[in-house]
Each structure stands twice: as C-alpha cells, then as structure tokens.
Design a protein around this ligand. Structure first.
Ligand code: ADP
Ligand code: MG
Length: 259
C-alpha cells in the first residue's frame, strides 16, 4: 500500500532542548496509526512540525510523495493535512455551525471574515458550504447543537466539534492530539465510532492518545516516542510487550501499559 506520510530524520531543537531527535515514520494510506509516549516525549511537537506550525530543525516530510517542509500551515491544510489540538481551539464565540462553515469555506477560499460577515464571496458559495456543513454536523451527531455557541457546548462535544471542523477542510490526513482527553466512557465510545467513520471516509489518521485501551482498540500500528526518540513500532500487541516501552512508561509515569 502507498504511504500517505513519510517523515525522514526529523529533528526539532528548542533552545537548550531537543524535542525530536532523528525521528522517521511512515504512515500508510488509509491507516489509523497510533502515536504514544510519556508526557514531553515529543508527540505534539511532531504534529506541529507536520502541520507547518513549526519548521523542523532538520528532516524531510512528504505527503503522498510531495515534500511539504517550508510550506505555511494554511498551505499544508490545502494540501490535505488537518489537525485537532490538545488544548481545544475553537471560535468559542461562534455557533457550532459557523465553526464548521469556516472550515468548509477554506476549500472555496472563503475566509472566516467572509463567513461571519456574510460577504458577497461567502454568499456565492453559501449553498455548497451549508450542505457540506449540514452533512458533517449530521454525521458527527452535532446537528441539534447547530445554533449553540461553541463555548456553551459540553466539554466532550467541544472535542467532537474540533474534529468536525478539521473534517470540514476535507483532509487526506487527520492528526488527532489526545481527542479522548477529559471524555467519559460513553463519549469515548462515540469517539471511537467517529474515528472509524472518518477512516471509512478514506481519511488517514494519526492518533495521539493517552488512553491505552482506546489506542490499542482502533490502531493496527503504533509508534512509541520517548524523550524525542522513536523507541518502538509495531502492532498494539508487539508494542505493549516491548520491554523498552514498558520501561519508558514505568520509569516516567509509574504505570503499566495496559492491554
Ligand atoms: P508531548 O506532546 O509528547 O507531551 P511535546 O511535544 O509537547 O510532548 O513536548 C516535547 C518537549 O518539547 C517538552 O520538553 C516540551 O517542554 C518541549 N517543547 C514543546 N514545545 C515547545 C516550545 N514551543 N518551546 C520550547 N520547548 C517546547
Ligand atoms: Mg502533547
């Protein structure tokens, strides 16, 4: 199967600290790929580098064979990479619907300003953007909240809205940064269904998640980072039996990798 993403020898240095050290990773097209590691191991930095929020200090990143290092975040978004953030980032004052419309508009070069102020440009594509938004809200179970201001959504649903917004940009590759954080068991079940739904819509996914049970359930391949280095990769079973992985978790967080 073809690779969706190839990252080669990625190093990211901050002042006095190497957050990623010579990390290489391949994600196959259509895969749900897990990325785990103790706090501070470089997972979010990896997402920042892939999505163009930060430049790598060294290394190459290819999206379906095309080198994307040096492109701006909005250019990388147009190429097909979307992400969610560990700390939710929504337009908190806008409605659920408008949050998704802003994302859906990006495919028509319609800006957030166009959407909010209903400019001529936004009206030109109104029908397409509205239809796409409606279908996404329906699919993720947020249709009944369409007119709710994002800040007033329950926390778990804000996380779902972030995913909905990412979906609105029509990604080939979606980076999910701890989407299950703060969710109750029922919300996590719904999150799992949503991840499968996105994947069935041909979206390749990299999932960073602390809930080991959740990661092991939905991924076929897991990469493990520790202190900015890739220390293991394999099936959930292989990774959870890997002594290096157990050591990384026991040493740093004092808990076991659970099956
Ligand atoms: P993870 O997501 O795995 O918890 P991060 O990628 O957030 O890890 O962080 C990896 C390391 O890089 C940590 O030591 C963190 O403090 C550091 N780091 C992350 N972002 C920055 C930044 N913008 N400036 C300086 N150091 C950073
Ligand atoms: Mg993180």
């Amino acid at each position: 199967m073809d690779n969706m993403l190839v990252a080669q020898n990625i190093t990211k240095e901050f002042i006095g600290l190497t957050a990623l050290s010579n990390v290489s990773l391949e994600v196959k097209q259509g895969e749900i790929h897990g990325l785990i590691g103790p706090n501070g191991s470089g997972k979010t930095t990896f997402f920042n580098v892939i999505s163009g929020v930060m430049l790598p200090t060294k290394g190459e990143i290819f999206l379906r064979g095309e080198n994307i290092v040096g492109l701006k975040a909005n250019e990388i978004s147009k190429k097909g990479i979307a992400r969610t953030f560990q700390n939710i980032r929504l337009f908190k004052e806008l409605t659920v619907q408008d949050n998704v419309k802003v994302a859906a508009g990006s495919r028509y070069n319609v800006s957030s300003i166009d959407i909010i102020f209903k400019t001529v440009r936004a009206r030109k594509y109104e029908k397409e953007i509205q239809e796409k938004t409606d279908s996404i809200l329906e699919a993720v179970g947020l249709a009944s909240f369409r007119n709710t201001v994002a800040a007033n959504l329950p926390y778990g649903r804000q996380r779902v809205l972030e995913i909905a917004r990412a979906w609105g940009t029509e990604p080939l590759l979606l980076l999910l940064d701890e989407p299950g954080a703060g969710m109750n068991p029922k919300e996590k079940e719904e999150l799992i269904s949503l991840i499968y739904l996105l994947n069935n819509a041909h979206i390749t996914i990299i999932l960073v998640e602390h809930d080991m049970k959740l990661v092991m359930q939905v991924t076929k391949t897991i990469t493990v980072f520790d202190s900015g280095e890739k220390i293991a990769e394999g099936t959930p079973q292989e990774v959870s039996n890997n002594p290096k992985v157990i050591e990384a978790y026991l040493g740093k967080e004092g808990h076991r990798v659970k099956n």
